[in-house]
Design a protein around this ligand. Sequence first.
Ligand code: BTN
Length: 256
Amino acid sequence: MQNNTFSTLFVGQNLIKLSAVDSTNNYLKKLASNSEPLPEGTVIMADHQYAGRGMQGNVWMAEAGKSLTFSLLLRPTFISAEQQFELNMLVSVAINNVLSKYLSDDLSIKWPNDVYVGNRKIGGVLIENVITGSHLKQSIIGIGLNVNQGEFEAELAGRPVSLAQILQQDVNLFVLLSELCSQIEQLYLKMKFGKSTNLRELYVSRLYRLHKIATYSKNGELFEGVIEGISHTGLLKIKPLDGETQEFGFKEVAFI
Ligand code: BTN
C-alpha cells in the first residue's frame, strides 16, 4: 500500500498515481481482478487519460495535468442490486458538497450524475458495478472534474466549463482530491452503518431543472415538462405539461 497524507480511514489511503493511462476505470478494473486482494478505497489517479470513458460509450477528454481524472474502488456489499442508485446519489451529493465550498449558487446535479454549474458541465461520473446474487460486490467509481483547464473544444457536449474558468484562479488538484475522498468516505460510512443522511432529499433538491418547465425528447419527440424527482430505483420522474407523470431510464429521455 502506498502512503499519502489524506485524513481518511480508507478512501484514498492506497493512492496510485499514474502519469498516463487509457482509462483509470479500466486500470482499476484490471487491478481489482488480479489474484492479490486490493484494499477497498484504492484510488487510481492519472495526469493524462488518453482514452477516458464517459456514460453511454462517450469519450471523456481532459487536458493532461490540468484536471482530476480518478477512479475509486468500493465493495458496497450492503447495497442491494435494486438499490444501486444509492451509490450514484452518494457520489453526486459528495461532489456537490465539496464543490459548494468553491462555488456559490448554480451548482446542480444533472440526472443521473453529471455535475453542472448553471447550464454547463463541470464534471461527470462513471460508475461500474459488479453484482453477485442480489447485492453489489464491487463498484468502480470514475470521476472526471474539469479543474484548471483553460479551454475546451467547441463541439463538446454539455458546454464544458472548469473551476478555474469560473474562479479565475487555479485550484490545487491534490487538495481537491483529498476533500472528495473524505466526503465520499463520510457519506459511505454513514450509509453502511445505517445512519440517516437524507441522501435522497439532498440529491433531489439539487437536481438540475427541478420543478422548472423545460424541453425533453422521448423517442425523438419533443415535449415540455417538469422534473418532479426520482423513483425508488432512480428513474427520472417528469410530468409533461399535458399529461401524467412518467418515469424514464437513462437512455429513454434526453435533455434538450
Ligand atoms: C460522463 O460524464 O459521461 C462520465 C465521465 C466520467 C469520466 C471519468 S474520468 C476518470 C474515470 N475514468 C474513465 O475512463 N472515466 C471516468
